[in-house]
Design a protein. Structure first.
Length: 933
């Protein structure tokens, strides 16, 4: 009988039980525990001491990621489980009723739900939103009591579900949810207050004092302030993603803190994404709301559209993480109120966790993380058997990929080459199996309805949330088992997607060839619309990596296999004569280190004591498989390869910040030639002058993240007051955390090694004078002026020596002439070299954000003219290299000393007492600190 294709099976509509809904939503994260409860009954005979056993009863406790519930007692275990599930659904705001309300009914329920949020009873509820409402009561001025509509939209799942019933487009538009919530609030003018164009809601009448006070007191048991590590994602791909510290006080609102880090006045102007990552996480993206936001109240209810005017450019990285367009800078933070935690829940997010999230969005990345081998594992090219497969299975990874990218669940259809009808939709199969699994407690496995002797093939389709087709895979191969056909079809889809994610600019002709080889049908318009943001990210990453990859002509090609990207290969140990072959499982232990060619520096990135993979399937990077095939049991090997993509390196490294500095051209060049690194040598140079001058006050102009101030606290000095000034609040926030931590530890030490009694961080430009920093003993400005325009550097020089007037000023900046050595130029520049100008012009700046870099003559001229103009002497020195040999020091330093008597220098001119700087953080000798971040 000829196979007539996929048979159509009608999917009947089934009513899901509460437990089935919970299992479908939470999977293995939902833990049902049933306990037997013995009921004791009266025996009807007074004085008889023998207890009489009653009927056996059961009670079920259900543990979900954010909360737990306990059922009443029932005679049947099933009833207890269903009762616990019902209670959980009630807390989640999910209606288990199969009757779907109309758009009008959902609208009425939405209005009622918004009204309930501002009731007296809500402040005593366990909703995650409760924390936001209490925090709103601590806000000052015009913000008192105002609740940002963005948190209402994402923290109350019941409201979100109602909005979906009103308009399914809500799922793909975070602003559309706000539209409906704000519109519902306008219908409650007797209870709440809204302002046109503002995304916030107030309660009209104040809360009763006893309710308000009890709620605030209950939540005020948290520490004075908490510092939370988050990630700042600039909209410009030319700017690096970097950590940022959020300093949240116990009386403040964390959304206001995030807003200030995004250059917004308050949290009402911030939009919040849904949670990213695992269900129990509070990791979200925060970004600025559009400047103008108008509600189209005249349109029909289901057709309401938001009218927005975004300012700023599209943020491709944040948009890619979220799955929807985000404009302007964004902050990724894990912070919020949950049902589980009484106060503010928070977790630090590191650069490593950010890059792991990034690679988890690719098919290969999902597999790498499941194997805990980011730099070594690769998505296999073939699925042979379940027993030989290691890591997450293809079907599981495909479901995960679709969830991560906000796509509908993949739809599988199977058919056999027998007369029996065996085709079925994955939705029907999965849900019916989930129902059976939920009711019986058994694990759901793929089995289908095919007989053991039948051969089966599987088709899989991928749709967007709006049901637009993205991909279809219709393999021609038949398999003996249904689950094998499903896994192989899933792997084909993942392989095709992986080819695109590795090279989004792959030519259309090559992509079409790959489509045919994998039996894929792609819908280009829908596909590229969905994944367009990744193309921008990939192009910039590849361009930046181009400067970091090892050059083939600089690598030792002895013992190399160039066609496989293997260099400097050495295999050691006795030959046992037993070699691995395709299809067998190989066990290896390995380590991967970052090594800069020609340098001794070695940074361990990843290692595994036991790693197992199937030979011949491409389950590891090609270099590992090629080398393993040449080794016998018991041998070891070492080889070099070119750098993998930067995001993989940073996702694997435990210390991503250090690894990033090694990949950074300036830091890598300096660390390669100098030990200790130039940064440490500059600190030691400044420390020497601080000790020699017995300075008691110090100001660091352009302090950044406080590295100099932090380092100075490790040495005994006469310093009593240290001050830092910078224009970046993000850097100052990080500096505050670092310095506060170190000063507090020094204060608690039995023998304090520092006499510092005061520390202050100011937000302000070093080209603007502030009288509070006049007349310090010593000022430092290390590796700062090259980040300014040249005219601004000249302006700073005049301001600092004419107005700030420190007794001593130390300024350092890179020596441009030294770049030829740092960048491994073919020849060192000599004094009378006729090609000196050509070589200098060929050198790049040490960092991409340097506005200029001066030669020795340029720096000497700048400093000498400044000193003469403002009655200072100046001497020149440096660190790294030697001043007696060409091309001088790597980092050139000018030390200015005031010639004006101290008593005259301390006098401020009339009108010079202005305070232009803002105090960001300050600390006194008693351990007390104050922060305005």
């Amino acid at each position: 009988m000829e196979n007539g294709g996929l048979s159509v099976v009608a999917v009947r509509k089934m009513k899901l039980t509460p437990k089935a809904i919970i299992v479908q939503k939470f999977g293995r994260n939902a833990q049902f525990t049933v306990d037997e409860v013995q009921d004791v009954v009266q025996n009807g005979c007074p004085g008889l001491a023998i207890p009489q056993k009653g009927p056996c009863l059961y009670r079920c406790s259900l543990q979900l990621p954010e909360f737990s519930v306990v059922s009443e007692t029932f005679k049947k275990k099933k009833d207890a489980e269903q009762s616990a599930a019902e209670k959980a659904l009630e807390k989640l705001g999910i209606d288990p009723s199969p009757n779907v309300p109309s758009a009008e009914e959902a609208w009425d329920k939405l209005i009622a739900s918004v009204k309930h949020l501002f009731s007296n009873e809500f402040l005593s509820s366990q909703s995650p939103l409760r924390g936001h409402f209490i925090a709103a009561l601590r806000r000052d001025g015009d913000l008192y009591g105002s609740v940002p509509a963005s948190v209402i939209a994402v923290c109350d799942s019941k409201l979100a579900n109602l909005c979906k019933l009103i308009n399914p487009k809500v799922e793909s538009s975070h602003l559309l949810v706000l539209t409906y919530i704000m519109r519902a609030a306008t219908r409650l003018s007797e209870f709440v207050v809204t302002s046109e164009g503002q995304l916030s809601i107030w309660r009209k009448d104040p809360y009763p004092p006893e309710i308000k006070e009890s709620s605030i007191i209950q939540q005020s048991e948290s520490p004075d302030s908490i510092c939370i590590e988050a990630i700042h994602i600039p909209s410009s791909l030319e700017m690096a993603v970097h950590p940022v510290t959020l300093n949240v006080s116990s009386t403040g609102y964390y959304l206001d803190v995030i807003a200030r880090n995004l250059d917004q006045t308050d949290g009402n102007k911030i939009l919040v994404s849904r949670t990213i990552g695992k269900a129990s996480s509070e990791m979200r993206l925060y970004f600025a709301a559009p400047k103008s936001y108008l509600l189209d109240l005249s349109s029909d209810l289901p057709n309401v559209e938001e009218v927005v005017d975004f300012e700023g450019s599209l943020n491709p990285r944040a948009s890619y993480l979220y799955g929807q367009d985000i404009y302007g800078d964004a902050i990724l933070a894990s912070i919020g109120y949950t049902r589980k935690s009484e106060g503010l829940f928070h977790e630090d997010i590191t650069l490593q966790s950010y890059y792991r999230m990034l690679i988890h969005l690719t098919p290969s990345g999902v597999y790498k993380l499941s194997r805990e081998a980011i730099l070594t594992a690769e998505l296999p090219m073939a699925f042979t058997t379940r027993t030989n497969w290691r890591g997450s299975f293809p079907r599981e990874m495909l479901f995960m990929f679709c969830r991560q990218h906000w796509l509908s669940e993949p739809v599988f259809s199977t058919c056999s080459n027998s007369l029996k009808e065996s085709s079925e939709s994955s939705r029907f199969y999965e849900k019916s199996a989930a129902l059976e699994s939920a009711e019986t407690g058994k694990e759901c496995t793929s089995g289908g309805g095919t007989a053991a002797s039948d051969n089966v093939r599987c088709e899989v389709k991928i749709f967007s949330k709006s049901r637009d087709p993205i991909l279809e895979c219709s393999p021609k191969e038949f398999y003996k088992k249904q689950n094998e056909s499903i896994e192989n079809a899933s792997l084909k889809v993942l392989s095709w997607l992986n080819a695109y994610f590795k090279d989004p600019d792959i030519p259309l002709e090559k992509l079409n060839n790959l489509v045919g080889a994998l039996d894929i049908q792609c819908y280009p318009q829908n596909f590229f619309k969905k994944f367009s943001s990744y193309r921008f990210i990939h192009n910039v990453q590849q361009r930046k990596m181009g400067e970091k990859l090892l050059q083939a002509n600089s690598i030792n090609t002895l013992n190399a296999i160039p066609e496989h990207g293997i260099y400097c290969l050495s295999i050691g140990g006795p030959d046992s004569g037993i070699y691995p072959s395709n299809g067998c499982l190989s066990f290896i232990s390995y380590s991967v280190s970052l090594v800069i060619e020609g340098e001794t520096m070695k940074e361990l990135l990843e290692s595994r004591e036991e790693f197992e993979f199937e030979m011949g399937t491409g389950a590891v990077i090609p270099q590992v498989e090629v080398v393993t095939a040449q080794m016998s049991v018991g041998q070891s090997a070492c080889f070099c390869k070119e750098l993998p993509p930067q995001e993989l390196i940073l996702a694997a490294a435990d210390d991503s910040a250090r690894t990033f500095s090694l990949l950074s051209s300036k830091d890598r060049m300096e660390q390669a030639l100098f030990s200790p690194p130039l940064s440490k040598q500059r600190v030691e140079y400044a420390l020497q002058h601080i000790k020699e001058s017995c300075a008691t006050t110090l100001v660091d102009f352009g302090c950044g993240s406080g590295s100099l101030l932090d380092s100075l606290l490790d040495y005994p000095t006469a310093l009593e007051k240290i001050v830092g000034v910078d224009i970046s609040q993000k850097s100052l926030s990080r500096a505050a955390k670092i310095i506060h931590s170190k000063l507090s530890k020094k204060l608690d030490a039995a023998v304090p090694c520092t006499d510092v009694k005061s520390a202050v961080l100011f937000d302000g430009s070093i080209t603007v004078f502030d009288s509070r920093l006049h007349g310090f003993d010593i000022g430092t400005c290390l590796e700062v002026i090259e980040h300014m325009e040249e005219d601004e550097a000249s302006q700073f020089g005049n301001i600092v020596l004419s107005s700030f007037r420190p007794r001593i000023l130390i300024v350092s900046t890179p020596n441009y002439e030294y770049n030829a050595i740092l960048q491994k130029s073919s020849s060192t520049i000599q004094e009378d070299d006729p090609d000196e100008k050509t070589q200098l012009q060929s050198c790049k700046f040490r960092n991409h954000d340097h506005k200029f870099e001066w030669t020795r003559d340029q720096f000497n001229c700048w400093a000498t003219e400044l000193a003469a103009r403002h009655n200072y002497s100046v001497e020149f020195s440096g660190v790294g290299g030697s001043g007696d040999r060409e091309p001088g020091f790597a980092s050139q330093i000018a030390v200015f000393r005031s010639r004006t008597p101290p008593e005259e220098d301390d006098l401020l001119k009339d009108g010079d007492s202005a305070h232009h700087y803002k105090v960001i953080w300050e600390w006194d000798g008693n351990g007390l600190s104050r922060s305005s971040l």
